[in-house]
Design a binder for this molecule. Structure first.
Ligand code: NAI
Ligand code: MG
Length: 348
């Protein structure tokens, strides 16, 4: 099976973690009939400095011809705010990657890193946040900027809300979930009222799944209070962005969480949820698991291969027992020698 993978390594720790993702694909290639061809598709802050654009047309055109994209992270501290990062929105909108799929799972051996009390985590944490990825405030439609006033408009269209909510219900059904949670701010925002109306309407076809609504503020505390009870969450773009970083903290580190920017059946992009982490870039201490699990998502969601996805996840669990990066080091582990051992070495 030949697959062409675009590599959008990016800035800071982006190239470091993508290198580990590539090792996983090369290992998979060794033990299966996958054959990966890698295509470099530069983008991000350094590319902006070098070429004047954060997403060269050539990179974008090549990505469109690939089977999937592996993305690291972008952003450089010395650039104006958002100058590099807008490349992500360009890709999400340009490729119509309307689903942002974010699984959040607490691995057995990382329970000591979960900030919750033992009695709360004994049921485990295994949820998926499904974030609308093309609209909301991040779509930047009708933005106005002047000296004394700035307006960011939030947009939702029926088509976009319907497709993400249908995707979420189908996902929850496929996973055998008993409940789905929609997160909005319908007590204040018309966009959220529109969202909730469509959610309730589509929900009528999924009567076997309990349908719950939360306001975003209340959900932020619910996520910490009862994360083990949360299964599938569907929410709009910015709320999903925020709650997934919060959820990542519960599973040990931002470096653990993977994501897929998906348009089912079309070229999709997989990336860890973290950013370019300039504070740790170049030190060879970045946690690559979010990227490795993004490769797992790619194999499952774009190539429909659950077996190999599970294999990658098992390898991650095994490697966590052998060594960890500094962000997920056990509280009382003084063995600094283990710091750098978490690579594909343990995943043979
Ligand atoms: P960040 O996610 O880069 O870092 C937040 C904190 O988490 C830092 O202390 C960092 O060291 C730590 N961290 C992140 N990933 C880690 C990993 N794999 N292993 C160990 N520790 C890790 O967020 P921050 O600092 O707010 O943003 C830095 C830059 O990244 C900014 O330019 C921002 O705009 C950009 N960014 C880019 C994203 C993307 O490319 N998709 C997403 C989020 C932020
Ligand atoms: Mg984010």
């Amino acid at each position: 099976m030949k697959k062409k993978i675009a590599l959008a390594r990016g800035d800071g720790i982006g190239p470091e973690v993508v290198a580990e993702g590539i090792k996983i694909m090369k290992t998979l290639q060794k033990y299966s009939d996958y054959q990966f061809e890698f295509v470099e598709t530069p983008l991000g802050g350094q590319v902006l400095i070098d070429t004047g654009t954060n997403l060269p047309q050539k990179s974008f055109d090549q990505m469109k011809k690939c089977d999937a994209i592996l993305f690291g992270a972008i952003g450089l501290p010395n650039l104006p705010l958002g100058a590099a990062e807008s490349a992500i929105s360009k890709l999400r909108q340009g490729l119509d990657l309307y689903v942002n799929l974010r699984p959040i799972k607490l691995y057995e051996s990382l329970r000591d890193k979960c900030p919750l009390k033992e009695e709360y985590i004994q049921n485990g944490i295994d949820m998926t946040i499904i974030r609308e990825n093309t609209e909301g405030l991040y779509a930047k439609i009708g933005t106005e900027v002047s000296d004394n006033k700035v307006i960011n408009k939030m947009i939702y269209t029926r088509n976009s809300v319907e497709r993400i909510i249908k995707y979420a219900f189908e996902y929850a059904k496929k996973k055998g979930n008993s409940e789905i949670i929609s997160v909005d701010k319908a007590n204040l925002l018309e966009c959220s009222q529109f969202w909730r109306e469509i959610y309730l309407e589509i929900g009528k076809k999924y009567q076997d799944i309990k349908q719950t609504n939360f306001y975003i503020d209340a959900f932020c505390q619910w996520l910490i209070r009862r994360p083990y009870s949360v299964q599938t969450v569907v929410t709009e773009n910015m709320f999903g962005d925020i709650i997934s970083d919060e959820a990542a903290y519960l599973i040990g580190s931002l470096g653990m969480a993977a994501s897929g920017n998906i348009n089912p059946g079309k070229v999709s992009m997989y990336e860890p949820i973290h950013g370019s982490a300039p504070d740790i870039a170049g030190k060879d201490i970045a946690n690559p698991i979010g990227t490795i699990l993004s490769v797992k998502l790619m194999i499952e969601e774009s190539f429909g291969e659950k077996f190999y996805g599970d294999l990658i996840e098992n390898a991650v669990e095994l490697s966590l027992e052998q060594g960890r990066t500094i962000d997920i080091l056990p509280k009382n582990d003084l063995n600094q020698g283990k710091l750098k051992t978490l690579t594909t070495n343990g995943m043979g």
